[in-house]
Design a protein around this ligand. Sequence first.
Ligand code: B12
Ligand code: SF4
Length: 619
Amino acid sequence: MGLADVVRTDLTLLHAPSVYDFRKRTLILGPVADAVPSTDEFEMYPVGLTSIATYLGRNHYNVRIVNLAYRMLRDPSYDVVNRLRRMRSTVFGIDLHWLPHANGALAIGELVKRFHPRSYVLYGGLSSSYYHEELVRYPFVDFVIRGDSTEEPCRQLLSALRNNTPLESVENLTWKRKNGEVVVNPLTFIPTDLDYVNVPDYLYAVATVFKYRSLEDIAPYARWLKHPTTMLLGARGCSFDCSVCGGSASAYRAICHRSSPAFRSPEKLIADIRAVRTFSRGPIMLIHDPRIGGLGRAQRFFDLLKRENVPNELIFELFFPAGDNFFQMVSHSVSRWSLQISIETPSEELRLLDRLKFAVPNLEIEETVRSALAHGCNRLDLFFMVGLPHQTYDDVMSVVPYCEQLLKLAEGDRRLKFFVSPLGPFLDPGCGAFEDPSNGCTHFYGSLEEHRQALLFHTWKSILSYETDSMTREQIINASYDVAASLNELKFKHGLIDELTYRWVASQQASVREAMKKVEQALQLPEDERATAIARIQRSVEGANRDTMFSKRELDWPNDEGLRVGGSLLLALVNGFVREAAYSLFRAAGRYDTEVYSGKRAPVLVVAPKRLVREVKAS
Ligand code: B12
Ligand code: SF4
């Protein structure tokens, strides 16, 4: 005990880029990140890293988050190897939550182990949980913690390592004995609700800017400082079962053994909004349809929201139709609000076949749009997807006339925004379409290692992990660019985008098609000429992944007023500072594990994962 305990970092959480050496490789990963705030290196870390850090902090462990992907993107000369070499930590935790990190996350783990052979390397996240047995067999991996809620198992692990107690008692842990034997501890930590921890904990993140003197280590994504959209996590898990989603009800049953979502209570969501307001005037997005936990919960949330008088814009998702009653409730509770609706396809039949959201007649979608706009929705984003099972090229192209029809119904209302993007780069492991080919998809990569290697191909023609019963990979790519070009025209024609945006997207589309052609031609060259030819075209390929379906600026919120530094933020920082000082005293006194989870655990599912997926499908 003493000073060494106070300063030692117990856990360093590292977020890797999608491809480790993306700065050196020619890559056209495809327009896979157009619809999310981050770039195609997926520099956004899982929100749960902040909840792990804050939960462990309350138990007096020192935890630090370092967003390596963001650092590498921001600064082309950022020396990641040197940075890793200089770090000190008992455990290095790496998120492999999204499978597109398979390459970067494994490379970072390998480097960490090389520089710190006596430290432990831990992985976690949905993909890690799916591939835990394969993952733990890599020589540089010591531990995988499975499940959607790992704050308490992480504490148990740090406690076991500190006190040298048996690892068999750490919930959700997959690990190796000294002789290499793999041990899979039961997945028993499945909290029934999400109130035991702050998630996301933005104030933890802000406080650590001062503790570790780095804003860049903790920044969520490249454009965040200019466009600080924040989010509230309504639940872990989902009650829907879309066949292409690795976060569907059946996927959570199989991967996390969760039988129903863990919801965050309305009271906690309001507390989260208060925390965000201390530093941001920007929009706040609630993840998941507020109604999936029942109408009573939604009503309570909106009642509390009304009392808060929140000036920030609130963005809600909808998974099924809503009418006048719902929108009345929303508009009475918050002054500015918007909607995001992913109907994925205008085909009613496909939505039903693929078990998607809005598996209802189009008339109900149109009525939802009408009602939302009539009740003052500030902006309504509609998302469509390319590459769905059973979806033909013509189905994809039908997105454009459908958008035109919606515009006509809404009398050209410019609050309507349309977005289309392909499903990719990978089919989510655990989703119905991945687990069972009768759902209409064939995937080319099954194991984690295959996905890791796939990310090294030069274009998304080979990286894309699947084809469907109705389109090959090449057809999915062509359909993506064709529908995006048509939609760009439509948006310009109806004044939904300005001329600059229209021209920019059109020129990006032309460049990416040209770049794809050049790379494909170079790949046909004899092996000894190939590398030089690829290096030569590297420059023209730069930026080819960006703004090809639409401009990222179209996703920005116009009244995004950015970060603010006011009295309440300063108060929160002082609180954070006092709290950290108190934790240090506890650490110096050797007092750990004082706020152990005492809430409910969901019953453990005992059926083998693959069978479960099939059972859910059959039912
Ligand atoms: C919200 C969300 C987003 C948000 C991101 C929020 C965020 N920063 O976390 C946005 C919209 C930006 C997003 C983007 C993407 N998403 Co998304 N997303 C979701 C969604 C709807 C909810 C996620 C959720 O509930 N998280 C809560 C829990 C599960 O995670 P958590 O609290 O962050 O972390 C806990 C655990 O995961 C674990 N954990 C995580 N990391 C680590 C690390 C260690 C060391 C340990 C021990 C534990 C651990 O412990 C945490 C704390 O308990 C799911 C669908 C669903 N229903 O799950 C899809 C989902 C997770 N997304 C998915 C995908 C594919 C993506 C994209 C790659 C899509 C794309 N091509 O653009 C991008 C990646 C963006 C990036 N990284 O930059 C897939 C992932 C499938 C897979 N296995 O790969 C999902 C399952 C479904 C889907 N297709 O949308 N997503
Ligand atoms: S895509 Fe479907 S299953 Fe996945 S989180 Fe959204 S509603 Fe749930």
